[in-house]
Design a protein around this ligand. Structure first.
Ligand code: SAH
Length: 398
């Protein structure tokens, strides 16, 4: 039996068909002929994208409710988007991670960068946490989960529906257990010499920030014998890596007491709790208070949440990054290092660096940029999407 023909959507004559042929992953609503039939497609429908001359371009997932109205699934328009196709993408993603890491703790799927638009999967041993942040993935979730169990052998699959993008796709925020049983305690994760406790059911994001792994490692290299301040610490990403590398002492500051409790739990498991302190506070207030106290550190890291989550929030976000730099720089001992991070894709590297320099300058400090870090390779960037290069980490020696 012939498969039923897919719905067809078509580019406007002026739209850039060549970009799609060269691998661009997204088609915006203003590039498409949006007739009544297209607008009526159920969000997440798989369709055939054609150019204005009716030549097939790609298989796409359509969401008429989203500004990104079509996401390229496969440039082979003869592909069949189902369990086997999903399994093939997952196998490719897994092969890369297995080459990169000794243990199965990593981001397994980084959305467009792994050919699964809008899908994020973090792996914690035999548990996977999936964020289906696009309508097509929500529709194909049973097939995706089946493929995930088959390819990776994980026992448990948790759905985290807290992603901001889900709202833009018209999806709800109901998290649930999709396979196996939710863990009843935080999961210990060995990374960069530290033990982190990841809360996979109530935590932020999917429990742990794997993206910072190479930057944790770089900071840890500088940390031997150092006094370390880890601001916006979450479960102790930078501070526990620093303690594992022989830091003399570390202070973690975060607004979330549950995150700090997990950080202390990790420090206990590592046997470094006597060198570790936490402070639950607003980071801006804590930085000002530490300056008042005359505190100085050899290494100060600030890794705030996305202050510029969208283009509209860019200016306010850049001011916030500048303020962090201005408040943190005075706490760095002479010859010490200040690490400033941004996970805002709207604030590109040049803008974030300029904002950081303004803040450092206004604090009356200066010094060379010794390293610019990015997310680790388990967060591959789609080569056509600068947006996925969201994480930047600048290390200044002051
Ligand atoms: N540095 C961490 C990740 C940080 S995520 C790592 O390497 O793993 C950002 C953290 O900032 C979250 O834990 C959140 O609770 C905290 N946060 C957000 N706004 C804050 C504020 N105004 N003051 C203090 N902490 C804040």
């Amino acid at each position: 039996m012939m498969p039923s023909p897919l719905p067809v959507i078509r580019l406007k004559p002026k739209a850039n068909a060549r970009a799609i042929r060269h691998g661009a992953p997204w088609v915006y609503d203003n590039e498409l002929v949006t007739d009544r039939r297209t607008k009526a497609l159920v969000p997440g429908t798989v369709a055939l994208l054609e150019d204005a001359g009716r030549e097939p371009l790609a298989l796409v997932a359509v969401n008429p409710a989203s500004r990104i109205m079509a996401r390229v699934l496969d440039r082979d328009s003869g592909a069949e988007i189902g369990r086997a196709w999903l399994a093939a993408r997952l196998r490719a993603a897994l092969a890369l991670r297995e080459r990169l890491y000794d243990a199965p703790f990593y981001r397994l799927v980084h959305a467009e960068g792994d050919g699964l638009p809008g899908v994020v999967i973090d792996r914690f041993g035999d548990i996977a946490v999936i964020q289906p942040n696009a309508a097509w993935a929500e529709r194909l979730l049973p097939e995706l989960v089946a493929a995930l169990l088959e390819v990776t052998g994980v026992q448990t699959v948790l759905k985290n529906a807290s992603g901001r993008a889900r709202g833009l796709e018209g999806l709800d925020d109901a998290s649930e257990v999709l396979a196996g049983r939710a863990p009843d305690a935080p999961v210990p994760v060995q990374m960069t010499g530290a033990t982190y406790l990841a809360d996979l059911t109530a935590g932020q994001k999917t429990g742990l920030y794997y993206d910072q792994r190479p930057n944790h490692a770089f900071a840890a290299r500088l940390a031997t014998g150092a006094r370390v301040l880890d601001v916006f610490s979450h479960v102790g990403g930078f501070s526990l890596a620093a303690l594992a590398a022989g830091a003399e002492w570390a202070l973690a500051v975060d607004g979330s007491e549950p995150a700090l409790a997990l950080a202390r739990g990790g420090a206990e498991r590592m046997g470094v709790a006597d060198r570790f302190e936490t402070r639950k506070a607003d980071a801006f207030e804590a930085l000002a208070a530490l300056a008042e106290e005359g505190a100085r550190f050899d290494l100060v890291i600030c890794d705030p949440p996305a202050f510029a989550p969208s283009k509209q929030a860019l200016e306010a976000g850049l001011r916030a990054y500048e303020r962090v730099a201005r408040l943190a720089a005075p706490l760095v001992a002479d010859g010490g290092v200040l690490g400033l991070c941004s996970c805002s894709h709207a604030a590109d590297l040049a803008r974030f660096r300029a904002a950081s320099l303004r803040g450092i300058g206004r604090a009356g400090r200066a010094g060379p940029l010794i390293r610019t870090g990015f997310a680790g390779p388990d967060h591959p960037q789609h080569a056509h999407l600068a947006e996925t290069a969201y994480l930047k980490a600048l290390f200044f020696r002051l």
